[in-house]
Design a protein. Sequence first.
Length: 304
Amino acid sequence: AARRDFYWLRSFIAGGVAGCCAKTTTAPLDRVKILLQAHNHHYKHLGVFSALCAVPKKEGYLGLYKGNGAMMIRIFPYGAIQFMAFDQYKKVIKKQLGISGHVHRLMAGSMAGITAVICTYPLDMVRVRLAFQVEGEHKYLGIIHAFKMIYTKEGGFSGFYRGLMPTVVGMAPYAGFSFFTFGTLKSIGLAHAPNLLGRPSLDNPDVLVLKTHVNLLCGGIAGAIAQTISYPLDVTRRRMQLGAVLPDSEKCLTMVQTLKYVYQQHGIRRGLYRGLSLNYIRCIPSQAVAFTTYELMKQFLHLN
């Protein structure tokens, strides 16, 4: 039983480390994305690359990593819960429902994504508020202060869950297709070209794992597909989360209202998919690093 207890813990650590590595890779893009998505008035006239150059000039290079501390505190449990829940849900769906093949990956991935989102949402809310601030106009002094302010000023505990619905609705297809695509590519790759794409796992020679560069590629493809499907909901969520901070907040109270408003005001390309190219640059390396780190950590912590 001791080995099994520690299995949970090791699986938790593996997922957490994978999440942190993935997010740190793309933290500067995250900061810029939030500034552009919500039209911050200091940077709203800029594009992605000009904003990436403007932030260090205005706020120093560490400005690109603003909100990253809060991000790590959120992303470790997020990655940990998501990867661990995925493994558990997959077993349950196979055993209890008898569903296997590729569909159980899609279901387990969606459920794992939703579980992770609900558990860590308040931290995401605080991070977005901190990342949206610009030097010299600080409303929140730090993580704890932001928690206190949101709790007292925005209706107690429910204040932390603004925009949860579009997050969950967006997360289900994103996590689902992400795990589904990666798992399917991995199993097809190892079944059809084991010598070309695979190598024996370091902790268990009987188990085949993908070579690192193949892993990165499969993770990247998974990120791109998942992103395209769920992006408009991401834009919606950001608008709702920033709620009180944005001028047109009364028009963006529910998910459907917000989607309609963004579509009517800005259309599909400039509204619902605003910042998508940036998100590809963000999500493709991020998912590639996440899946690759997780697969390496699994070998490192003897999870195969």
